[in-house]
Write a protein that binds this ligand. Structure first.
Ligand SMILES: Cc1cc2nc3c(=O)[nH]c(=O)nc-3n(C[C@H](O)[C@H](O)[C@H](O)COP(=O)(O)OP(=O)(O)OC[C@H]3O[C@@H](n4cnc5c(N)ncnc54)[C@H](O)[C@@H]3O)c2cc1C
Length: 388
């Protein structure tokens, strides 16, 4: 198959700096040569190529927009471009990097003590140690503020009890950032692998995000030392601050998945002959391809501007909601249209389309469902909350 050339109808690339383009190209090459050759088998087997973690760390993919601790400190646009390229590979690959950098590392970076930052951030940035982020529970998904997981003080630390569900990287993580209520207030705790009372097990039977590890975390009288409390995190706004980081990356990542589907569908439509002509010559097929390109172009512009706002420090979390909501929605629509253009061939994993389509069903739901983001923006513009 010919090399991926990118999708850039509006010359958006011209607005990236040389360094941003170079970082994008490094991620694109990695995906092309080191990830795409193995993803199909991992998708079939329901496994993730965790051995790529140190390589991804070396290339600066984890916490790329964070500063200090040996982390790359690149612009938010460059960070977004990394997420875009990773998700062109697979949403599971981007999720792996998002959970490591945007959620787990960011929680320690933003809310940790100096000792916690020094102990975890360099090793996590290098991909030598992995993190997961435990917010969702069996009974509290969209509404994590009512979480049931509890922490109580002990003589020398805390005792945690509760269950976290749908946790990406749960069984491979060296440290779980666990959110629990202490005296009625949500706090963040670092629970290290092997801590007595802490167990993780994988969720099987997934038909979405198959090339990603999703787990259940169980905390039963799990004792952790006092120094494992994230001192600065207090209240729901702490985990939501991490989610803003990760959702920002998802907005970019969705563009990558959409680009992969559009690129595959365009190539196929030019080659596939029906009624004696390439199907690309039929008006209805062209309409679908144009709709795909149209939405990719708008999503790219949304991301670029959002990234520049974030670099200036003026980005609002509701603007991230809008980009996540829009870009995942259109990526899912694009994946469905691409699947349609492939006809029957669209349902087999010889082509990337069905894999992206299935993955995007998760992306539509996690990190705030499409509808929850709609209501977050609705609350922002009307001043009235329809959430509860
Ligand atoms: C593969 C995968 C990986 C994940 N990784 C992580 C992770 O690493 N860490 C983590 O903490 N979580 C993770 N999640 C969990 C994810 O964030 C939740 O699934 C998500 O927040 C939605 O929660 P829920 O599934 O319980 O759905 P629910 O909250 O039960 O929602 C079900 C439906 O009801 C709708 N709904 C709910 N409330 C309202 C309302 N007020 N108004 C209108 N509609 C409403 C929703 O939009 C949705 O359509 C992951 C999920 C998946 C599938």
């Amino acid at each position: 198959m010919a090399k991926f050339q990118g999708v850039d109808y509006y010359g958006v690339e011209g607005h990236y700096t040389d360094e941003e383009r170079m970082i994008r190209d490094v991620a694109r090459e990695f995906v092309e040569h080191e990830f795409l050759p193995v993803v199909r088998q991992h998708h079939r087997d329901g496994t993730f190529p965790v051995e790529l973690a140190p390589r991804m760390g070396k290339l600066g993919f984890f916490g790329a927009n964070l500063h200090g601790y040996g982390l790359p400190g690149v612009t938010n646009v460059a960070y977004g471009l990394i997420m875009q390229e990773l998700e062109r590979g697979d949403s599971g690959l981007r999720s792996f990097a998002s959970v490591q950098g945007g959620l787990s590392m960011y929680a320690i970076y933003a809310y940790g003590s100096d000792e916690q930052k020094a102990a975890w951030l360099p090793a996590m940035g290098a991909g030598e140690r992995l993190g997961c982020f435990g917010l969702t529970e069996p009974d509290f998904g969209s509404d994590p503020g009512r979480m049931a997981t509890r922490a109580v003080r002990t003589q020398d630390g805390y005792l945690l009890n509760g269950t976290k569900l749908w946790i990406t990287n749960g069984t491979i993580a060296d440290v779980a950032v666990v959110w629990a209520k202490l005296d009625g207030v949500i706090r963040g705790f670092l629970v290290e692998r092997g801590t007595p009372g802490f167990a993780a097990q994988d969720i099987h039977g997934k038909w979405s995000m198959r090339a990603s590890i999703t787990s259940e975390l169980s905390l039963q009288d799990c004792r952790i030392p006092a120094e494992n409390l994230l001192p600065v995190a207090e209240g729901l706004r702490a985990p939501l601050g991490c989610l803003t980081q990760a959702r920002y990356g998802i907005a970019w990542g969705a563009v990558g998945a959409a680009m992969a589907c559009y690129d595959a569908a365009l190539r196929y439509a030019r080659e596939r002959v029906q009624y004696g002509k390439p199907i690309a010559s039929f008006q209805l097929v062209q309409r679908k391809l144009v709709r795909m390109l149209n939405e990719i172009t708008k999503a790219q512009l949304l991301c670029l501007h959002l990234g520049r706002l974030k670099d200036r420090g003026t980005m609002k979390h509701t603007q991230v909601s809008l980009a996540k909501m829009n870009n995942v929605d259109v990526a899912l629509e694009i994946a469905r249209m691409a699947r349609d253009i492939f006809g029957a061939a669209g349902i087999v994993d010889e082509h990337p389309v069905i894999r992206h389509l299935l993955n995007l069903e998760t992306v539509y739901t996690y990190e705030g469902t499409h509808d929850i983001h709609t209501l977050i923006i609705g609350r922002d513009i009307t001043g009235i909350s329809a959430l509860e």
